[in-house]
Design a protein around this ligand. Structure first.
Ligand code: GUN
Length: 283
């Protein structure tokens, strides 16, 4: 059986490391890193994500402010809140929980976040810097995936990596990060012909599609590294994009769902907040 990469365990370790660093720097610079989270609307999943982020900040000894606005909030008002947070010297990181209500232009909102406070790494300039290999804040989920690979001492150099899914939040950025680590990267998506052949030719598969158990045992060669980004609810249970039970014996490494990539996203957010804070207090 392949080695299971526990995002839950790795998150514990890294969050402890972040906390130690936060304590040290808070003592040195006389204030803690401060994350501001803005949530618009009632979406229950978003509410629970925001709660989890707030809790994680607290445990890491960071300060957090959560601003919750009603569904009907105008784009203008949201932009004004962001402007205030941009100018607030005590705020190091700004995160606007997505998705936003339909009447608000998400791109406009992301563009309005000050680059130095963009802890989500969604600002177009941050993404451009990442693509250029320049210093940048990396989006949380792909960063978490790369941390799992790195901390498991998995070598990417010259390996064939397949990313399934081309979202702006996961697929596209993780492909770029894998490329930066010298993998030979293919991006597959809903229009890809013969996905099975692509999977069988790959040493590493990152599945970020959102379709329960779509990667089956017959699609995976012996020794493949499997990273499952899928979060699908099936009959009240969380399942990934990979048929874990069937694939785990063939994989050399595999991430479970839940307890895999999921917890790493907030861990990366804490790391990004710490990074933005450090850059601000040290300048
Ligand atoms: N909604 C789902 N994932 C994310 C994320 O990583 N950041 C934000 N801001 N919203 C999300």
């Amino acid at each position: 059986m392949g080695q299971i990469i526990s995002g839950k365990e790795l998150s514990k370790t890294i969050r402890e490391e972040v906390k130690e660093q936060v304590i040290k720097l808070t003592d040195q610079y006389h204030r803690a890193p401060h994350l501001a989270v803005v949530l618009v609307g009632e979406d229950p999943a978003s509410r629970s994500y925001v709660k989890a982020k707030e809790r994680a900040c607290k445990k890491a000894m960071m300060e957090s402010t959560v601003i919750i606005k009603e569904e009907e909030t105008s784009e203008e008002e949201l932009l004004s809140i962001i402007n205030d947070l941009n100018n607030d010297q005590t705020v190091d990181g700004i995160l606007v929980q997505l998705p936003l209500p339909k009447h608000i232009d998400e791109d406009k909102v992301i563009d309005a976040i000050k680059l130095e406070k963009d802890v989500d790494g969604f600002h177009p300039l941050n993404l451009a810097y990442m693509h250029l290999g320049r210093q940048a804040i990396y989006p949380a989920t792909p960063k978490g995936i790369m941390t799992m690979i790195e901390r498991s001492n998995i070598s990417l150099k010259g390996k064939k990596a397949l990313v399934i899914g081309r979202s702006n939040i996961v697929g596209k950025p993780v492909a770029m990060m894998l490329l930066k680590e010298h993998a030979t990267v293919t991006i597959a998506h809903s229009r890809t012909e013969n996905l099975k052949a692509e999977c069988l030719a790959s040493d590493i598969i990152v599945a970020a599609v959102g379709r329960a158990k779509m990667i089956t045992e017959d699609m995976v060669k012996e020794g493949t590294v499997i990273i499952d980004v899928g979060v699908n609810r099936v009959e009240g249970k969380l399942v990934g994009d990979v048929d874990f039970d069937a694939v785990k014996d063939k994989a050399s490494y595999i991430t479970p769902v839940p307890g895999g990539v999921g917890p790493m996203t907030i861990t990366s957010l804490l790391q990004n907040t710490l990074e933005c804070y450090e850059r601000r207090v040290k300048q």
